[in-house]
Ligand binder design. Structure first.
Ligand SMILES: *Cc1c(COP(=O)(O)O)cnc(C)c1O
Length: 480
């Protein structure tokens, strides 16, 4: 039986066993609270509403593509992490991983919510300080920090340096001495644990650029080098095991190994470690059924694990630090696109999918092309009673790998001019955006209680031409 190109797929047309059966129209219109921002809902006309504002109205004012940021959702997630780790007998620290998404506005929200901030380049550091983020709550990461970056961080009084190489210890100590300050340091170690979603590998190869190996002795060598320098103060040990993690099992193995290392440092070298930073990587829901661990449950579990490990070895319990990026900003944003070309394609005999082209793509969301990421997408300007059609949301770039959502069910009456919203695009989308094919990078507009605010304006062609001396003199009007 041959499915109609624009219609639902029938028995023999089902593409992959992994794809769920076509949902009914009500299910397609549903706004799953686990996936969409806290204030997302449908209004009586069926339009998607965020922060009290219909996406249709926001798009009318800001164009497409646009990233819409739910301020209440972002702040609630930040506050949930902050209280989960600081309301404890041994208060921990929460540092937002800036690489997930940075802007002056969101950095100020994080400062107000009391969190710390991780940066890993001079650019991220400059943004944080320009936005007025308290320097003592900033942590400088990076596997290749330049002298200039270390100097800038020392000059503003960054609170923590996470050293990632033996020579960095020497360079940081020399620069701290020159600046007349003592720098607080964590040593980043590799534990051989690599975690992703429900799986983790306990004996991951350490053949990667980050951290210092526990097993080879490089980590101990770096700790002893820090302790030997009066310009440096050892605060703790740092371990980051992966991303999009849905269970505590990987953290448990990593904590076991790091606490073993801390015990060795105490026994052999008399070195005291006050802080154990377990990194970021807490997972979020991209698809129905994804079930991330709530911050408070994760915090309780991590504290239990670390306390248990320390008790067994008669060690004082260190402060726990975490660095969530995705779990704070990821679910708080959605990307709205306008539908352009809609093209049914027979991908194998009798089986059809509809390629739905939108006005952005891999330049505003590289995660699907880069990591095979999966997303939930919905018709945003209306609801439809039409049956589901198997769809692939693609961008407008000259690249067949330019896919935003590989498999999705959308109403079969979808047409040019409709609006699509892709959920959970806050992390590693705008932050990784490019100008491929000279697309201008989309704006980020925050919404809260019926009020919108531009967090990042849309890039213009004039912004791009300004970098090109051969074009810089061309009047803006001719390339607006
Ligand atoms: C990327 C990264 C994070 C944040 O990861 P998320 O998956 O966004 O939570 C935290 N710490 C370090 C060291 C990282 O490299």
């Amino acid at each position: 039986m041959r499915a109609h190109p624009a219609g639902p797929l029938h028995g023999d047309g089902l593409p992959q066993p992994s794809l769920p059966p076509p949902p009914d129209p009500t299910a397609m219109a549903r706004v799953d609270a686990q996936i969409w921002p806290a204030t997302a809902r449908r209004d009586p006309e069926g339009r998607l509403v965020l922060g009290g504002l219909p996406v249709t109205d926001l798009v009318a004012r800001h164009g497409t593509p646009v990233l819409l940021l739910d301020e209440a959702d972002f702040r609630a997630r930040a506050a949930a992490f902050q209280s989960a780790y600081t309301d404890a007998t041994v208060p921990g620290t929460v540092s937002y991983a800036g690489k997930a998404f940075l802007s002056g506005t969101t950095v100020r929200w994080l400062a107000e919510e009391g969190l710390g901030l991780d940066v890993c380049t001079g650019g991220e550091l400059a943004l944080a300080t320009a936005a007025g983020f308290p320097a003592e709550r900033i942590t400088l990461h990076g596997n290749n920090k330049s002298d200039a970056e270390l100097q800038a961080a020392l000059a503003v009084g960054v609170g923590r340096f996470v050293v990632d190489a033996l020579d960095e210890v020497t360079r940081l100590a020399t620069l701290a001495a020159a600046a007349g300050v003592v720098a607080d340091v964590l040593v980043r170690v590799t534990t051989g644990v690599e975690a992703h979603t429900h799986e983790f590998i306990a004996t991951a190869h350490e053949d990667q650029k980050f951290g210092l190996s526990l097993t080879s002795g490089a980590a101990r060598e770096a700790v002893l080098a820090v302790v030997a320098r009066p310009e440096l103060r050892l605060l703790g040990i740092h371990s980051h095991i992966g991303s999009q993690i849905f269970s505590t099992a990987g953290f448990e193995v990593a904590a076991h190994r790091v606490v073993g290392f801390i015990a060795e440092l105490a026994a052999r070298d008399g070195v005291v470690v006050e802080e154990l930073n377990l990194g970021g990587g807490m997972g979020i829901a991209y698809l129905p059924g994804d079930d991330p661990v709530a911050p408070v449950a994760m915090a309780d579990a991590l504290r239990m694990i670390v306390a248990g490990e320390c008790q067994r070895r008669a060690l004082p319990v260190p402060r726990i630090g975490v660095e969530p990026g995705r779990a704070i900003v990821g679910p708080s944003m959605v990307t709205a696109y306008e539908v352009g070309t809609v093209k049914p394609v027979e991908y194998r005999t009798g089986a059809w999918r509809t390629y739905v082209s939108v006005d952005g793509g891999m330049s505003d969301n590289i995660r699907t092309a880069l990591y095979d990421a999966e997303y939930t997408v919905a018709l945003a300007n209306r609801v439809s009673g039409a049956p589901a059609m198997l769809s692939r949301i693609v961008g407008k770039h000259c690249e067949s790998g330019d896919v935003v959502v590989r498999d999705a069910w959308l109403p079969s009456d979808l047409a040019r001019g409709d609006l699509l919203a892709v959920a959970a695009t806050g992390a590693y989308c705008r932050a990784m955006a490019s100008n491929y094919n000279l697309l201008t990078r989309p704006p980020v507009v925050s919404v809260r209680a019926g009020v919108e605010r531009v967090v990042l304006r849309r890039e213009t062609q004039a912004d791009l031409f300004a970098l090109d001396p051969a074009l810089a003199d061309v009047p803006a009007a001719s390339h607006a």
